[in-house]
Design a protein around this ligand. Structure first.
Ligand code: GBH
Length: 486
């Protein structure tokens, strides 16, 4: 299998602009390891893993992919894949071990990320930095309940952000405040699947409110104090998949579908980017009543327009059925059921190795247009990718063995083609960052879901990496799609 280029659609050649960013995304807790080294303090994910029973394969993030130790090797690998952008997250408790605004800064943590940023830039790779990808410092959770305390948390988050802007902002021009705030609030505080493992009907809405308000305050601070000299950009990354009614002719399914997208996307996107008053979607107010906090006038002004671009993570598409009867007490999805087929038996897509995820580019194409029409600002795709069956049991035959992953190649080929087509239509898309550079710690699923374009040997104390074919495929297709600078 020497080259894929013969398979590429000639009508899409050069459809992406010369300054298009393509590359991979990762997150600190999922890859770094070195959880207690060089002064790092614990995060709620360390505690969640160590307390046992929360992770499918009973593993921890203690060592993960050992990326803390292997950055030279990993950057060399990125370079060999031909990427021009890399999105990673900072471990707050590596930078400020106790997390708080008056707590000491850990210079070793700053030095680590500073070196990573330098290595990327030396290799022509633009860094995208996420401030918060779910790993709250454990001590803030203990002190005052973390995000449950908006006033105290926000001051601590702002100070952490300030340290990051001061330390890296001379070189880093793309900042992401939160990764998928819906997910960290919902899975962590309503469903209990993620740290800190709460199952509450009220906390999830408080945590979400803290996230959006603290995001907006950090954006205001960045724009006022740093952007004039550093000339970077700031945004938030939202998750969300396209939803389609299970029964097109059932008004209850039509409503449920709209509700599903309100709860998954509109919860944050409407206040941030919507028209009219800055508020949560009406369908959420209807279901949740006064469990959903209200914005003050000052918060409304800060939130609307705070994020400069639409940061977008999406993986699949769903058919949505209404649920009969009232929602479960801690429902945070809009009282719906997700289905793999619609009423006529149409499948949403080919299975991956992960039940929630199917290859469904038809919905991704619709979602790109929906976001563009509804929120009208440039889109940065910050995550998209899949697992593939058979990779858990794979073993390399030699050091340079390549894992053939046709399922992932088909996925990427179809999703990236939709990005190119949307771009030809005039939808402004600025980046495509695939999830993920490496197989890594998939939260509650531990190491049992491999999303990487690089296979990692988790039984090997050195965490040896092996290339998957899809890494090379992506390089080739983006060389075909990105127009040459003239
Ligand atoms: C992203 O989350 C994360 O940012 C990243 O850290 C993660 O590794 C990656 O994607 C792959 O999962 O209710 O059982 O149907 C993805 C968010 C996770 C949202 C699965 C929808 C559905 C689970 N998605 N979730 S279920």
């Amino acid at each position: 299998m020497a080259s894929f280029s013969t398979e590429f659609d000639p009508t899409l050649e050069g459809s992406l602009p010369p300054d298009f960013h393509w590359g991979f995304a990762t997150a600190a807790a999922q890859i770094e390891g070195a959880w207690n080294r060089d002064g790092r303090g614990p995060s709620i994910w360390d505690t969640f893993c160590h307390s046992g029973g929360n992770i499918k394969d009973n593993t921890t993030v203690d060592d993960a992919c050992m990326s803390y130790d292997l950055i030279e090797e990993d950057v060399a690998r990125m370079k060999s894949y031909g990427i021009n952008a890399y999105r990673f997250s900072l471990s707050w408790s590596r930078i400020i071990p106790l997390g708080g605004k008056d707590d000491p800064v850990n210079e070793a943590g700053i030095a680590y990320y500073s070196k990573l940023v330098d290595r990327l830039l030396e290799n022509g790779i633009t860094p995208f930095l996420t401030l918060y990808h779910w790993d709250l410092p454990e001590s803030l959770y203990r002190r005052y309940g973390g995000m449950l305390n908006k006033a105290r948390y926000t001051l601590d988050f702002m100070r952490y952000a300030r340290v990051c802007f001061e330390s890296f902002g001379d070189r880093v021009k793309y900042w992401i405040t939160y990764n998928e705030p819906v997910l960290s609030a919902r899975a962590g505080y309503a469903e209990g699947r993620h740290a800190p493992g709460h199952t509450s009907a009220t906390e999830v809405w408080i945590v979400g409110h803290t996230e959006i308000v603290s995001h907006a305050r950090v954006c205001a601070m960045y724009k006022q104090e740093f952007q004039p000299t550093q000339k970077g950009h700031i945004m938030i990354t939202l998750s969300g998949d396209w939803c389609e009614p299970w029964d097109q002719d059932d008004p209850l399914d039509l409503e449920a579908t709209k509700r599903a997208m309100d709860f998954d996307i509109g919860w944050f996107a409407d206040p941030l980017y919507g028209k009219g008053e800055c508020d949560y979607p009406a369908s959420m107010r209807a279901q949740l009543g006064d469990r959903l906090p209200c914005f003050t006038a000052e918060e409304q002004r800060l939130i609307r327009g705070s994020s400069e671009f639409y940061g977008m993570n999406s993986y699949t598409s769903h058919f949505i059925k209404h649920r009969d009867g009232p929602p479960e007490e801690n429902d945070a999805k809009g009282n719906i059921v997700r289905m793999d087929t619609n009423k006529d038996g149409k499948e949403r897509g080919t299975e991956s190795d992960t039940p929630w995820l199917r290859t469904a580019p038809w919905g991704w194409a619709k979602l790109l247009r929906w976001i563009w029409d509804r929120y009208q600002l440039p889109i940065y795709i910050t995550e998209n990718g899949t697992t593939a069956k058979g990779e858990l049991g794979w073993r390399p035959n030699s050091n340079d063995d390549i894992l053939e992953d046709p399922h992932r190649i088909d996925y990427y080929k179809s999703y990236v083609a939709e990005v190119a087509k949307a771009s030809q239509e005039g939808i402004v898309i600025k980046s495509y960052l695939a999830w993920s550079l490496l197989d890594n710690f998939e939260w509650a699923l531990g190491y049992t879901a491999r999303f990487g374009v690089t296979w990692v040997d988790f039984e090997d104390p050195k965490r040896t990496r092996y290339t998957k074919r899809s890494a090379l495929f992506l390089g080739e297709i983006f060389r075909h799609l990105i127009a040459q600078k003239r």
